[in-house]
Design a protein around this ligand. Structure first.
Ligand SMILES: C[S@@+](CC[C@H](N)C(=O)[O-])C[C@H]1O[C@@H](n2cnc3c(N)ncnc32)[C@H](O)[C@@H]1O
Length: 284
C-alpha cells in the first residue's frame, strides 16, 4: 500500500493558521503533519499531511471545510530495513554516546552512555537538534550544577536521560504524544534513571506536574520555533531565578525571531550552536 502526502502552500501566517486547524482535526488520530519554509525571500511556506492511501477519502473529507487547495504526492517506496539500520549507528555528542543495545561494546570508559533503541519516538541522537542539545547540556553542566530540570517535548527521553546521567537530580520529562511518553519511560528504565525522572503526557504547560516539580533551573525544549515562541512566557514563569534554557528545533533562518520572542520575556542570549541548518540556543 502506498503512502501519500497532501500539501498546501501559502504565507507563513496562512500556513501557521492552517497548521493550528489541522492539528485539531488530525493530531489525535496520529496523522503526521509537518511545515517547512520553501522560500524565505518570498514568504512561501508549505504544510503537509502524510497517510496511507486507504485513508485518503477520510483525510480529504476532513480537509474540505478548511478551504485550502492541496496537491497530492505519492511517496517513493522506502527500504525500511536499510533506513532503520541507518538510524542504529551510535552518535557522539560531547561526552555522550547515544547507541542501541547492539553497540554496548563500543562504549568507552570516559563516555556518558545513553542506550536508545530506534523506535516510534524522536530522539536517537542522529538529528542535529538532539545532538546540539546534548552538547549544550554538557557545556552547561561543566559551568554549574542544577537541582531540577524540565525536558519539554522529551520524545525518546534522550535529553532527560542525559541530564540525569550527568548528576543526580530530579527531572520532569513531558510530551504531547502519549506514544513518546511510553517510549521515554522504557528508555529511562533501560538506562536505570527512571526513579529520578517523572514522565507525563502534557501539551505545553497545561498540567499540574509543572507546578509540582518546578520551578526549574534548567529547561530544555527541542520542539519547533513557533510553539517555542508561543511558550516563551510559560517557560519564563516556570524558571527559577538565574535558570538556564536550552532551545532547539529551530532553523538557522528562524533564530532571530525566537531570540526576539525570548528577549521580550527578559531572557539574555548566551550561546548558539550551529549544526547544519539547525541551531541550538542557550538563554538565561
Ligand atoms: C523534535 S522532538 C524532540 C525529542 C527529544 N527531546 C530530542 O531532543 O531528540 C519534539 C518532541 O516534542 C513533542 N512536542 C511537540 N509539541 C509539544 C508541546 N506543545 N508540548 C509538549 N511536547 C511537544 C513532540 O511530540 C516530539 O516528541
Amino acid at each position: 500500500m502506498s503512502q501519500l502526502r497532501l500539501f498546501a502552500t501559502g504565507s507563513e501566517a496562512e500556513i501557521a493558521d492552517l497548521f493550528d486547524r489541522m492539528s485539531g482535526l488530525f493530531e489525535d488520530d496520529g496523522y503526521a503533519l509537518s511545515t517547512r519554509e520553501r522560500d524565505e525571500a518570498r514568504d512561501i511556506w508549505e504544510i503537509s499531511i502524510y497517510f496511507a492511501e486507504e485513508d485518503e477519502e477520510t483525510v480529504r473529507k476532513r480537509l474540505d471545510p478548511l478551504g485550502a487547495e492541496f496537491e497530492r504526492e505519492v511517496l517513493p517506496e522506502i527500504d525500511w530495513v536499510a533506513k532503520s539500520l541507518e538510524g542504529l549507528s551510535p552518535v557522539r555528542a560531547g561526552r555522550f554516546l547515544v547507541h542501541g543495545s547492539h553497540d554496548r561494546e563500543r562504549v568507552r570508559p570516559c563516555d556518558v552512555a545513553i542506550e536508545i533503541e530506534a523506535g516510534q519516538a524522536f530522539g536517537t541522537g542522529h538529528h542535529g537538534t538532539t545532538a546540539g542539545c546534548l552538547e549544550m547540556i554538557e557545556a552547561e553542566h561543566k559551568r554549574r550544577r542544577f537541582v531540577r530540570a524540565l525536558d519539554l517535548g522529551t520524545g525518546s527521553g534522550v535529553l532527560a536521560i542525559a541530564i540525569r546521567k550527568l548528576q543526580p537530580m530530579r527531572v520532569l520529562a513531558t510530551d504531547i504524544d502519549p506514544i513518546a511518553t511510553r517510549v521515554a519511560k522504557r528508555n529511562l528504565r533501560d538506562n536505570a534513571v527512571i526513579h529520578d525522572v517523572r514522565v507525563e503526557t502534557a501539551a505545553g504547560f497545561h498540567a499540574p506536574c509543572f507546578a509540582e516539580e518546578g520551578p526549574f533551573d534548567l529547561v530544555v525544549a527541542n520542539i519547533l520555533a513557533r510553539p517555542l515562541m508561543r511558550m516563551a512566557p510559560a517557560i519564563r514563569n516556570h524558571l527559577a531565578p538565574h535558570g538556564s534554557v536550552v532551545l532547539s528545533g529551530i532553523l538557522a533562518s528562524q533564530r532571530w525571531k525566537v531570540l526576539a520572542a525570548f528577549n521580550a520575556q527578559g531572557f539574555a542570549h548566551r550561546r548558539t550552536l550551529w549544526r547544519g541548518e539547525w541551531v541550538t540556543l542557550l538563554l538565561q
